[in-house]
Ligand binder design. Structure first.
Ligand code: S3P
Length: 177
């Protein structure tokens, strides 16, 4: 096992859990959005506005293709699992955990966020529709589905760390379906 990818909708807790997991496991943590922001010197809303969403999606794929070969934890952006190519790349280079959070919880966390252009330009109903539309792709990308409903950040982190530990103690050549 090399990388650990956290996937799921905006506001499902990828960054918060990734940071805790990094603390627990002593593995470095990277936030994809943050890496793209660093590289371009622009905020996510600026990238969307200047180059368009499609270019941002390409940047996400480029990140997955070129990011260094290192054992680490990566919080992906909410749209990353939508591309088949990205799903393949993640599954080929690591373990993928889908943080499955109820829409209610998600909306509470993202409703007023100015740094998420998709939220800025959409109504609650549109975001909920997008959540349902994306659900299967998250599932398809994942080796593990982690229900976060009514579970604390610590509990979710412990569960992921447990699965990581379990798998790393098995043979390295194990094929995860
Ligand atoms: C997006 C999610 C965001 C960010 C961008 C687009 C999406 O990341 O990549 O605003 O399409 O769901 P988070 O999931 O970290 O909010």
């Amino acid at each position: 096992m090399n990388k650990v990818y956290l996937v799921g909708f905006m506001g499902c807790g990828k960054s918060a859990i990734g940071k805790r997991l990094s603390f627990f496991t002593k593995l470095p943590f990277y936030d994809m959005d943050h890496e793209i922001v660093q590289k371009t010197g622009m905020t996510i809303p600026q990238i969307f506005e200047t180059f368009g969403e499609e270019r941002f999606r390409e940047m996400e794929t480029e990140f997955l293709q070129t990011f260094r070969d290192e054992k680490c934890i990566i919080a992906t952006g909410g749209g990353v699992a939508m591309r088949k190519e990205n799903r393949k790349l993640m599954r080929a280079t690591g373990l993928v955990f889908f943080l499955d959070a109820p829409f209610r919880d998600i909306w509470r966390r993202i409703a007023t966020d100015k740094n998420r252009p998709i939220v800025q330009r959409s109504s609650r109903a549109e975001i909920e529709q997008l959540y349902h539309k994306r659900y299967d792709a998250y599932k398809q990308s994942a080796h593990f589905i982690v229900q976060t409903r009514q579970r604390s950040l610590s509990k979710v982190t412990e569960y992921i760390a447990f699965q990581m530990e379990r798998l790393s103690s098995e043979t390295d050549s194990i094929e995860i379906p």
